[in-house]
Ligand binder design. Structure first.
Ligand SMILES: Nc1ncnc2c1ncn2[C@@H]1O[C@H](COP(=O)(O)OP(=O)(O)OP(=O)(O)O)[C@@H](O)[C@H]1O
Length: 366
């Protein structure tokens, strides 16, 4: 199995995809320019098949043929091709339901699978291109801050590679099945579901690719987030870092209303955030804004902001994406301690500047 993407792998994949004919141009898919974001790595291959909205329905069989072509390559265990409509047709940045020009026949799976869980009004995903930028810190604090605004809030920790919700929310127990559905746990007035509840600490590293995707799908579909009498106002989804299978599964299966992108100010983190943003734009998921984490450290003597990781980058990036900066969260030791102690900083009345910034972001999202 190849662990890293090589140009030889990519070339082989492109050749295989050129054997699948684009019905509109009569050319191979690669030659027709329909292969976007091709990834061939770790036994997996996938790309986005980007087509004009008005012909999306005709491409469902093409998508399947492309998946078969990739799956037939030596060393490929899983192939995933996502059908999206191109920006030129003016359908990006809309609700996912509109992604395929409102034509459910174009969905690769039955349309009911592409619906949000029952009794959930809004779904917001928190994404980052890179690990360790504070995505879980942001997700937990936003969820608790939204609950503080009087909303009925759920937190889905979909970071199967390193679930943080049990530690950061201070809960760990076996969720119970009641009437065939998993009951989320509750902490700080937020309903929480995490793969970390179901597997031992450290074990999530074994959840790879397809297994991870199906675990996430189960957490999306089999959890009783709300009831008719008490629907969930908003489900905050803590995505794993990056832009892999799990993100595609979520974007495919869950009607995400919008994404919040978390980044630190450094250029490298921003480049990764840009990659994440590009993926969500391709799948027509609106980007609600950027949260710049670790934006600065306040000088203990004077309070003056010290831009440890640089400054201004996230603002420029948000401007380029045409979205607001929802918050600039300072580096505070208390933020980390609060997370480590299972009570996000916004649970404290005197939480300081970071807690205030999280609350302001929650208000902006509301
Ligand atoms: N603003 C902040 N000030 C101080 N510490 C922070 C801040 N934000 C995050 N941290 C700390 O940085 C570490 C990484 O944060 P976190 O786990 O939220 O990142 P992540 O992006 O979810 O990581 P991964 O994707 O690898 O799970 C944690 O120890 C967290 O407490």
């Amino acid at each position: 199995m190849t662990t890293f993407q090589t140009s030889a792998d990519k070339d082989a994949a492109l050749r295989a995809l050129d054997a699948v004919i684009d019905p509109r141009t009569g050319q191979g898919l690669a030659a027709a320019g329909l292969v976007q974001g091709l990834v061939v790595r770790g036994g997996r291959a996938g790309f986005m098949l980007e087509v004009p909205a008005d012909v999306a329905a005709a491409y469902a069989p093409v998508r399947e043929a492309a998946e078969r072509a990739l799956a037939a390559l030596p060393g490929i265990e899983k192939a995933q091709v996502v059908l999206t409509t191109s920006a030129a047709e003016g359908v990006t940045r809309q609700r996912k339901g509109a992604r395929l020009a409102g034509d459910p026949a174009a969905e690769p799976k039955p349309p009911q699978e592409a619906q949000r869980p029952d009794h959930v009004k809004r779904v917001i995903a928190v994404a980052s291109g890179k690990g360790g930028v504070g995505k879980s810190t942001v997700s937990t604090n936003l969820a608790v801050a939204l609950a503080g605004l009087g909303l009925n809030v759920g937190l889905l920790d979909a970071d199967v590679y390193g679930p943080s919700a049990p530690r950061m929310m201070g809960i760990d127990a076996d969720p119970q099945f009641v009437d065939g559905k998993l009951q989320p746990l509750e902490a700080h007035s937020v309903k929480v579901m995490s793969i970390g509840f179901m597997v031992d600490e450290g074990a999530p590293m074994i959840w790879r690719g397809p297994m991870a995707s199906s675990a996430v799908r189960q957490m999306v579909q089999d959890v009783r987030w709300g009831t008719e009498a008490a629907p969930l106002d908003v489900l905050v989804v803590d995505l794993p870092p990056g832009t892999g299978d799990i993100h595609l599964t979520l974007v495919q299966k869950l009607a995400v209303d919008g994404v919040v992108i978390v980044s630190t100010p450094q250029e490298i983190a921003l480049i990764d955030a840009r990659r994440a943003a590009a993926m969500f734009q391709k799948t027509a998921t609106p980007i609600l804004g950027v949260i710049e984490n670790m934006a600065f450290f306040a000088d203990p003597a004077t309070g003056a902001p010290i831009p440890i990781f640089g400054s201004g980058g996230a603002k420029a990036e948000a401007a380029a994406l045409g979205v607001p900066v929802l918050a600039e969260i300072p580096i505070e030791i208390a933020v980390r301690e609060a997370g480590d102690n299972g009570a996000p900083i916004v649970t404290r009345d005197q939480g300081g500047a970071a807690a205030e910034a999280f609350r302001a972001a929650a208000r902006a999202l509301l």
